[in-house]
Design a protein around this ligand. Structure first.
Ligand code: AMP
Length: 284
């Protein structure tokens, strides 16, 4: 396994691999790898000859009061996990950008105004800019992103489409702990008590999907139930919303389009997100 921290070396290595006909897949991460990340790597392996993983805690996507400084960085552990998964190259640049401040920032309008975009102003600009720079350096054929960050996936798909970036985006389903909690690098901030509370998020989403499966069509009714469930348990909900899967527009009736239910909540100081696909009752 190659570990590369230099941007030029990264690009030249990829170009020589592509010259010999290898299909290159790419899994961008911020490290602190867990089974969720590893599932992306496994999916990448199924679709390519060479898997590249990047590990870079991107400062552009953190707000001033967020956890950039305390974000976990267990690099040796991460490299061992990549090695065990058969990753060919790990790209861990010290910095992704040529200067402290960038003159360019990518903004994918519309999709970033809702859900996490409301609480985390500028977050998705930081994500889109970093991923675009990474794509330019790594030049992958395929890039894999997790449905855990579903809004990010939609935004990056739109960026690739609008900018004609020659990368195929693949989505990986959310990897969960056996009790249903969506895996996240931030779960390690949680105490045992907080983890129990965090579990209510996936339980709430699952119950809402269950109600939809049992015939409930109204998003408002599902949401009313969900808000009640979470507030009764003292969960500090930032949003709980039903939205269309592709456009992230609000969805009132499940028969109108394919939708998902999205939640964000603060458990102690830790902000967690989750989402789940609702049964699609439309003809799409
Ligand atoms: P991060 O390191 O948090 O930036 O995540 C890197 C990639 O892993 C993103 O595409 C995430 O959506 C994905 N990811 C993180 N957690 C999970 C999970 N539990 N299941 C599937 N994908 C995940």
């Amino acid at each position: 396994m190659l570990v590369i921290d230099d941007k030029n070396e990264m690009t030249s290595t990829i170009l020589s691999l592509k010259k010999r006909g290898d299909v290159v897949s790419f899994v961008p991460t911020m490290g602190c790898l867990h089974e969720g990340h590893l599932s992306l790597i496994q999916l990448a392996k199924q679709h390519s000859d060479v898997v590249v993983v990047s590990i870079y805690v991107n400062p552009l996507q953190f707000g001033p009061h967020e956890d950039l400084d305390r974000y976990p960085r267990p690099i040796e552990d991460d490299l061992a996990k990549c090695m065990a998964e058969g990753v060919a190259i790990v790209f861990c640049p010290k910095s992704l950008y040529p200067r402290q401040s960038l003159a360019v920032s990518l903004h994918v309008s519309g999709l970033d105004q809702v859900l996490c975009g409301q609480d985390r102003v500028g977050h998705f600009d930081g994500v889109a800019t970093a991923v675009c720079v990474l794509f330019n350096i790594v030049q992958p054929d395929i890039a894999i992103f997790g449905e855990k960050d579903f809004q990010q996936l939609c935004i990056l798909r739109r960026m690739v489409e609008d900018l004609s970036i020659a990368v195929a985006i693949l989505a990986a389903p959310i990897a969960r702990a056996s009790d249903g909690l969506a895996l996240s690098s931030r779960n390690r901030y949680l105490s045992d008590e907080q983890r129990k509370k965090a579990l209510l998020l996936s339980q709430c989403l699952q119950a809402m999907v269950h109600q939809a499966n049992a015939g409930e069509e109204s998003a408002a009714k599902l949401l009313q139930w969900g808000h009640h469930f979470l507030s009764e348990s003292g969960v500090d909900v930032q949003y709980l919303e039903v939205r269309e899967s592709e456009t992230l527009q609000t969805l009132n009736l499940l028969s109108q389009n394919c939708g998902r239910v999205f939640v964000a909540a603060r458990i102690g100081h830790t902000r967690l997100i989750d989402n789940l696909e609702l049964p699609c009752k439309s003809q799409c």
